[in-house]
Every structure is written in structure tokens, then in C-alpha cells.
Design a binder for this molecule. Structure first.
Ligand code: FES
Length: 314
């Protein structure tokens, strides 16, 4: 979709939100809490961002973007180049981090800009009048987006929000202790920096897997670029040798294969491809451990091959 960037708003230090609307003021495709959209940026990059606004809204999509000092070009471009009034190519919303709306309790754990899908979930749970709790950690108060809105909800019904500012507390939160106090039947969600997600996964390792939900927004492992294997595309009957230093996606794009992709670091799922033969070397943070062990699907932007040949359903 070609949408208009109606406004850019500073939400916290180094965090801006983008409000995207239809140029003809038409309703946009609906989305559910936890969904994300891909933005095609004018610099050739495509990036995925979680929707932060209330899913009941059909007239706009809102995403928030942190200016990442280690930006690979996406967040820097958004902060420095985008101007309100511009058009942007935007995907329809997709959701790989869906909210279980009938959970007896939803416990949300957010770090920094990871608050975005969680604040969207909070608005949905408020609309449904369902119980939720939030543990929200940030470097300091200035870096804490949507804090006033969240604290207004907390004031309405105290005891639901716990804040942790690392500059004040002198370190990272103890997620093990925090999650130990959460009932086993609760559904627990985490979105934040890698270290927080890893601590969360350790702290929830004994919970039922279908009650634990994580969303990574940066790579956990290096991409597989050792090369030295063949990729065969079953439908088009084309075959490529993957050279050292290249991912499968690099090679396919270089040869004009139209492959859907966005983050290029194994977190968004846009490049997910069915594997017909061979053994993938999974490097993504998107597939579940079970999906990885089945080997029937892979993310070609970062994963490689443990076998001499992979046959993909392309
Ligand atoms: S492009 Fe995002 S997971 Fe591959």
C-alpha cells in the first residue's frame, strides 16, 4: 500500500512515532495486537515495525522507532530523512506475536522500544476489560516511550505496572524473581533487547511453552555465510552455488529471484521458505525450536545449509 506519513512525533529521547494514513482517508486493513508492518524506505531498505496504536483504529497505523546507534540504515534514515507528508510503501499487517485474549492473566515484559507491541496489547486488553500486568524497563525515564499513557492506566487501576530504570536501579532487572511471582496459567510476553529476551527465556523455561511469547527485533546469531553448497529452486528449476560470504537471500536477489524480505536478520519472517530437501543451518530468532528441528521451513536471509544441497519450494 502507498500510505501518507501524516505526522512524526517525538515520544521519548531518540524515539519518534510515525502515523501513516490512506491518502484518500480510506479505512486501512485491520490488525490485531502484536502485529507489525514492513516499511519500504526510500534508501532501498525494508524494515519491520510493531504497530503501537489501538487495534480498534482503522484510520491509521502508528509505529515507533528508536534511533539505534548501531543502525544498519533503517532507524537512522527514519530519524534523519523522513518528513511528514511523504508517501511510503507499507505492507499489510502481519502478526507473529499474537495476543491470547482469553488468558486468565497477561504478563507483559518490555525493554526500551520493545514496549511498542506491548502497549498495543494493553490497549486491546483494556478494551476487552481483561487482566494484564506490565514490567517496563528502560535505560532512564527520558528513554521511556508511552510512559504517561501507561501511568494514566496505572492510576485508574493501581498495581498493574512496575517500572525499572537501569540508571536509577544500577543494573538490569531480575526477571527470574519477577516472573516467579506470575501465576503458571498466565500468558507471558516479552519484547526488548537481546539480553532481556535471553533472561526472559531462561526465567520462563519451566512454563508451558504455549504460554510463553517472545519477539526479537535484532539477530541473536551471525548469519550463515560459510557457503559451499547448492540451492535448487524446485518450481523454477534454477540452481545456484552459494559462495562464501553470501547468504541464500543475497544470491537469489543478485540473480533476480523475487524474494520477499525485510529485516535481513532472521527476526521478521518475511523470507520464510519451505524446504523440500536438505538440512538447513538455522540462524534465525523467528522459528520455534520445534519448527527448526523439523527442518521443513527456513529463513533464507540468515540461515544456511548443513547439507551439500538444499531444495527450496520456489
Ligand atoms: S528478511 Fe526478516 S526474517 Fe528474513
Amino acid at each position: 500500500m502507498e500510505l501518507t506519513l501524516r505526522s512524526i512525533t517525538t515520544e521519548a529521547q531518540d524515539i519518534v512515532s510515525l502515523e501513516l494514513v490512506s491518502p484518500r482517508n480510506e479505512a486501512l486493513p485491520p490488525f490485531s495486537a502484536g502485529a507489525h508492518i514492513d516499511l519500504k524506505l526510500g534508501n532501498g531498505l525494508t524494515r519491520s515495525y510493531s504497530l503501537v496504536n489501538d487495534p480498534a483504529e482503522t484510520h491509521r497505523y502508528v509505529v515507533a522507532v528508536n534511533k539505534d546507534p548501531a543502525s544498519r540504515g533503517g532507524s537512522q534514515y527514519i530519524h534523519e530523512q523522513l518528513r511528514s507528508g511523504q508517501s511510503l510503501e507499507v505492507s499489510v499487517p502481519k502478526n507473529h506475536f499474537a495476543l491470547v485474549e482469553d488468558a486468565p492473566l497477561v504478563m507483559l515484559v518490555g525493554g526500551g522500544i520493545g514496549i511498542t507491541p506491548l502497549y498495543c496489547m494493553i490497549q486491546r486488553l483494556e478494551a476487552l476489560d481483561k487482566p494484564w500486568k506490565l514490567f517496563y524497563s528502560a535505560r532512564n525515564r527520558q528513554k521511556c516511550a508511552y510512559l504517561s499513557q501507561i501511568m494514566a492506566l496505572e492510576a485508574k487501576h493501581p498495581g498493574r505496572v512496575q517500572l525499572h530504570f537501569m540508571d536509577e536501579a544500577g543494573g538490569v532487572p531480575d526477571l527470574k524473581t519477577i516472573l516467579a511471582a506470575v501465576p503458571a496459567a498466565a500468558h507471558v510476553y516479552c519484547c526488548g533487547p537481546s539480553a532481556m529476551l535471553q533472561a526472559f527465556e531462561q526465567a520462563t523455561a519451566t512454563r508451558k511453552p504455549d504460554t510463553v511469547h517472545v519477539e526479537y527485533f535484532s539477530a541473536q546469531q551471525e548469519a550463515a555465510v560459510a557457503g559451499g553448497y547448492e540451492v535448487m529452486l524446485a518450481r523454477s528449476q534454477r540452481s545456484f552455488q552459494i559462495q562464501p560470504g553470501k547468504t541464500i537471500l543475497d544470491v537469489l536477489l543478485a540473480h533476480g529471484v523475487a524474494m520477499s524480505h525485510a529485516c535481513q536478520e532472521g527476526v521478521c519472517g518475511a523470507c520464510q521458505t519451505t524446504v523440500l530437501e536438505g538440512t538447513p543451518d538455522h540462524r534465525d530468532s523467528f522459528l520455534t525450536p520445534r519448527e527448526k528441528s523439523c527442518g521443513k521451513t527456513m529463513l533464507v536471509c540468515c540461515s544456511g545449509s548443513l547439507s551439500d544441497r538444499l531444495v527450496l519450494d520456489l
